[in-house]
Design a protein around this ligand. Sequence first.
Ligand SMILES: *Cc1c(COP(=O)(O)O)cnc(C)c1O
Length: 376
Amino acid sequence: MSAVSDIRIPDEIKPVDGRFGSGPSKVRPEGVESLSAVSRTFLGTSHRQKTVKDQVARLRRGLGDFFAMPDGYEVVIANGGTSAFWEVATFGLIRDRAQFAEFGEFGAKFAKAVADAPFLSEPTVHRAPGGQAAYLAAEKGVDAYATVQNETSTGVAVPVRRVAGSDEGALLLTDATSGGGSLDVDLRETDVYYLAPQKALGSDGGLWMALMSPAAIERAFEIKASGRYIPQFLDLVTAIEQSRLEQTYNTPALATVFLAAEQLDWMNAQGGLAWAVKRSAESAAAIYGWADKSSFATPFVTDPALRSAAVATIDFDESIDAAQLATILRANGIVDTEPYRKLGRNQLRIALYPTVEPSDVTALTAAIDYVAERLS
Ligand SMILES: *Cc1c(COP(=O)(O)O)cnc(C)c1O
């Protein structure tokens, strides 16, 4: 066995771009160049003036177009990323009782925020172990259902669908942080489709973005009017009202806004969501197809219908130490293939977002084969 540090993957088989992180994820160099071109007129200028508000407007419009937003839905944007949105929703969207489908770390975090809130009833949580999916089921008295479209910690994806038989007016909140932009969605099937820019949208972190139905917007105003204590920073009504003015309550990261707007324009020009879904599916076919054939790698998610086309998780047998493999890949410029820490598996995790070239995913499999041959 050669020393790990000696393994040099030949340039001819390496991906052109070695970024496979599930978030932060690859940012297109073209987007950074566009940002650079406006660096003196946009960066470092007031978010209350037209130059920046125009970019916020471009971002909101781009999201609406990309996701074919139905009439009456609105794009709401604020600071803090998806983690902040969970608190926003806890204060501003759940009237009393929520139900969660929890099948990974991200779904668990939102469920915990709600369970910890002293002003809400104990939520119902349907749980499934890592690699499987949990599902929502109609329950009397539940006014908000919450699930994850793509569980980034495990690589399990589920369709976005309303809960059959749920109470009149109950909301469905879908965490699309990593699924949104890679996986198909019909927004009429959910009330809140929320995401963050550092995953499939190929921008930087720091914002949350929610596409909200009229019923969800109405709920936010209803809860606010009830007099519930809501911290100003987490006030959804403030976020809705500020977004309508093409701004955020407090200062946003201007580069994040610009890169996300740029990415959406790019994806919309390529053919929008249908194009993005097809491209991620192509990358998924490459990685899962390779793993199915491999003698030492297998897809972690055993049910092919649940295998995510946004984030692939690949298990390795005992002949390969995946952590060592990831270290060698990293030394060769192929980065962020490490699995989600808490899952604790002998695994690699690979983002298949539309920003990633499918040909680079194929090249990655060749690079893994090259290293594996020298490790086992
Ligand atoms: C990354 C991620 C989050 C957390 O997003 P932040 O913007 O870092 O708070 C939440 N949910 C899912 C599904 C994610 O992939």
